[in-house]
Design a protein around this ligand. Structure first.
Ligand code: SF4
Length: 260
C-alpha cells in the first residue's frame, strides 16, 4: 500500500540527525517501554484517539507518498543550508517498513539526507528494505539482559543485535547508537557495562546518551492510561556526567543529547 500513517510532523528540529531536520513520526510500535514519551504511537498501524483538554482528537493521518514528500520538501532550503534532512521516527519505523522504504528512496533520489530512528525489533529483512536509502541510523540500545528486556518492553535482544550489525555492515551509513538513560531500567552499572562491552565488540566508539525526561507524562492522561514513570525522578547532571565518564573511560565518546 502506497500510504503511510503519520501521527506528527515536526519541523525545524535540531535533534535526531544533523542540521535542521523535519521529523516524520510514523504510527505503530509493538513495544511497551514504560518511559515511552510517544505512547500515542503505540500498538498497530491504525488511527486512534485521545481526549485532550476535553476534546476528542484523532491520532494518525494517512498520507500518500507524493503528499508526504511534498510536505518534506517545504523545508528543503533549510536542509541544504544546514546540512540537515529528513528523519523517520515513531513509534517504530519498521512497523511501516514498505512505505518507509519508498519514502526514503524518493527523498534520497531528490538528494535529501535521510535518517531513521529504530529499536531494531523486527526480523532484519524489514530493516534491510530501508538501508539502501538511508544515510544515518539512530539506533536505540535499551536493556541488554535478554530476559529483562523481553519481560519489561517485549524486545528480543538477539534480534536487536542482528539489526544493529546489519546496519553497521553498510560502510556508507552512519550508525549512531543511542542509550536512553531511564532510572531503574537502563541506568544500572551492569546494563551500561553490557552496552559498552557490546559496542566495543562491534568496534563502535561513539554513543549518544538520552537522559530521561517527563515531557510525555500528560499524554498518558489524555489516553486514559496509567503512567508507571509518574513519580520517577530525572537523573541529576552529576549522575549523567558519571555515566558519560563511564563510557569515555572505556574509549567510547559519549554525547549527551540536548547538551552537546
Ligand atoms: S520503542 Fe519507542 S515508541 Fe516504542 S514503546 Fe518504546 S519508547 Fe515508545
Amino acid at each position: 500500500m502506497n500510504k503511510g500513517l503519520v501521527f506528527n510532523i515536526q519541523r525545524y528540529s535540531i535533534h535526531d540527525g544533523g542540521g535542521i531536520r523535519t521529523i516524520i513520526f510514523l504510527k505503530g510500535c509493538p513495544l511497551a517501554c514504560p518511559w515511552c514519551s510517544n505512547p500515542e504511537s503505540r500498538k498497530g498501524v491504525q488511527p486512534s484517539s485521545w481526549r485532550k483538554n476535553g476534546q476528542l482528537e484523532v491520532i494518525g493521518e494517512w498520507y500518500d507518498l507524493d503528499s508526504l514528500v511534498e510536505e518534506a520538501l517545504k523545508d528543503e532550503i533549510f536542509y541544504r543550508t544546514s546540512g540537515g534532512g529528513v528523519t523517520l521516527s515513531g513509534g517504530e519505523v519498521l512497523m511501516q517498513a514498505d512505505f518507509a522504504a519508498e519514502l526514503l528512496r524518493e527523498l534520497s533520489d531528490l538528494g535529501i539526507h535521510t535518517a531513521i530512528e529504530t529499536t531494531g525489533c523486527f526480523p532484519v529483512e524489514r530493516l534491510s528494505k530501508l538501508l539502501p536509502y538511508v544515510d544515518q541510523v539512530l539506533f536505540d540500545l535499551k536493556i541488554m539482559d535478554e530476559s529483562i528486556s523481553r519481560k519489561v518492553i517485549g524486545l528480543d535482544v538477539p534480534t536487536v543485535k542482528e539489526n544493529f550489525e546489519a546496519a553497521l555492515m553498510n560502510k556508507n551509513i552512519e550508525v549512531i547508537p543511542r542509550v536512553p538513560l531511564i532510572p531503574g531500567y537502563t541506568d544500572s552499572r551492569s546494563n551500561l557495562q553490557a552496552i559498552i562491552d557490546y559496542l566495543k565488540s562491534q568496534d563502535v566508539f561513539d554513543v549518544h546518551l538520552l537522559p530521561f525526561h517527563q515531557y510525555g507524562g500528560s499524554k498518558y492522561d489524555y489516553l486514559g492510561w496509567g503512567y508507571e514513570m509518574k513519580d520517577a525522578v530525572t537523573l541529576t547532571g552529576q549522575e549523567i556526567i558519571k555515566i558519560k565518564t563511564l563510557f569515555e573511560e572505556e574509549g567510547i565518546r559519549a554525547n549527551i543529547d540536548g547538551l552537546e
